[in-house]
Structures are given as structure tokens and as C-alpha cells.
Design a protein around this ligand. Sequence first.
Ligand SMILES: Nc1ncnc2c1ncn2[C@@H]1O[C@H](COP(=O)(O)OP(=O)(O)OP(=O)(O)O)[C@@H](O)[C@H]1O
Ligand SMILES: [Mg+2]
Length: 254
Amino acid sequence: MSHLLKIDHLYKKFDSSEILHDINLKIDKGEVLVIVGPSGCGKSTLLRCINGLEEIQGGDIVFEGKKINGKNTKWNLVRQQIGMVFQSYDLFPHMNILDNILLGPLKVQKVKRKDAEEKALALLKRVGLEEKKEAYPRQLSGGQKQRVAIVRALCMNPKIMLFDEVTASLDPEVAREVLDCLLELANMGMTMIIVTHEMAFAKAVADRVLFMDEGKIVEENLPKLFFDNPKSERAKRFLSRFNFDNSLKGEKNG
Ligand SMILES: Nc1ncnc2c1ncn2[C@@H]1O[C@H](COP(=O)(O)OP(=O)(O)OP(=O)(O)O)[C@@H](O)[C@H]1O
Ligand SMILES: [Mg+2]
């Protein structure tokens, strides 16, 4: 069976420093893969390689059975299928929320305005922001802007979404709204790779967890096993730094 996305022996360096070594992963339709690991281990770089923002020096990235790391890849087309949301939401300040969201579908995908708008409004409603459609980015909180950025990516009908620490710059209450939005997406069956430092969230949302350290995947595990009884010493040490019991309480009550 072919996987939606498969990475084989990916190797990445910046100049002479080796950043990612022999990365292998697979993700099927509807799966949620969560990547955790210490700062600087290469999580963001891996996501950026997957949608062509970084060149790789070895290995293959195969999407829907097709190698996409060749010279002739049309990344602007691939990126419509592989959506990505970062920590910073970079909405255009001079455009209202709806126009920010419609830019890709109208200009890039040439979707009919009526159809794109219908979809955008349905998604905005889903994340609780329908009444903000005519507001400008400066009038929104960080969490609201981040939810708009998620809607904007979803409006392109991606087959998989990559999320890189989308709550890192938000305070906890606002972060919660964004995490809930991702949980809902997971329940809707969206295929996602999520990089996060929110361990309780990771445990709740993941089908599988990948733990990275120093540019390698050190452990791949089911969330319950990873968080309750990690296989590797390195993961044990990493997890011991999180006040996991408290954050889990927050998860259940919050
Ligand atoms: N453009 C670049 N040029 C050179 N080195 C880079 C570049 N981008 C990242 N690196 C290096 O690659 C390594 C991995 O960085 P990366 O941002 O992928 O880590 P990360 O796991 O996402 O960390 P964090 O949890 O802090 O976001 C780091 O050592 C970083 O300094
Ligand atoms: Mg990062």
C-alpha cells in the first residue's frame, strides 16, 4: 500500500554542518504524527524540507507515490497539497481577514469567488471567527490571527497539513483555542504532522509520536507508550523536564 507521504533516508546539511541524518517516516491519510524533541534538533528544518522550503542533500520525499524532491518539482503546486502553518502567521496587514484567506484560492487556484467564499466562511465559523471576516489583522488577538492562518491554509484544500509550533508565541489561554482547533481538525480526519512543545496536547492528538534528537529520529512510538514509558534514555531525560502531571490536569479540566 502506498502512503500519503513517505520519507526515505533524508539527509540535510547547511554548508558543512549536518542537520538531519537518515530521517525515515511514513504517514497515511487521516493520521496525526506529532514530532517532539529539544530545541535545535531539526524539527522545523524537517517540515521545511517536506514542503520544499529547504533543499535536501540526500534521500527521497515521496508524496502520493511520486518523488517530489527532484529538480523538476513544481513546488507551488505541491504546496497547495501540503499546507504549512508556522509560529508567525504573516497575514497581509492591509487586507481584511476574508481577503487574506481568499488570496490563495482566487489568485493561485483560480477558484470561483462564490465557491471560495462559501468555504472560507464555513471554516471561519468552525473556528469561531465568522464575525471577524471584515476585520483587519491588527484588530485580532494572536490566537485569532493564528486561527485565521489555519483557515487560510485549509482553504487551499491541502491533503496534508504541517504545523510548526503554532502556539509558541501565544499565552496559554489563547494557545488553548488554537490547540482545540487542531484537535477538531484531527477529529475531522485531516492528515497532519504537528511539531509542538505542548506535551499534554501531543499526547491527546497524536496517533504516533516521533522523538527527535540531534537531527535523528530516536524513537517512534504510540503516544501513551511514549509519554508513560519511553523506550530511549534520551526521551526519558527530555520528558522529565516537563511538568507533565500538571499540564495533563489542565488538559482534562480545561
Ligand atoms: N538557514 C540555516 N542555516 C544554517 N543553520 C540552520 C539554518 N536553519 C536552521 N539551522 C540549524 O539547524 C539546526 C536545527 O534547527 P531547527 O530550527 O530545525 O531546530 P528545531 O528542532 O526546530 O528547534 P526549536 O525547537 O528551537 O524550534 C540548528 O542547529 C540550527 O541552528
Ligand atoms: Mg523549530
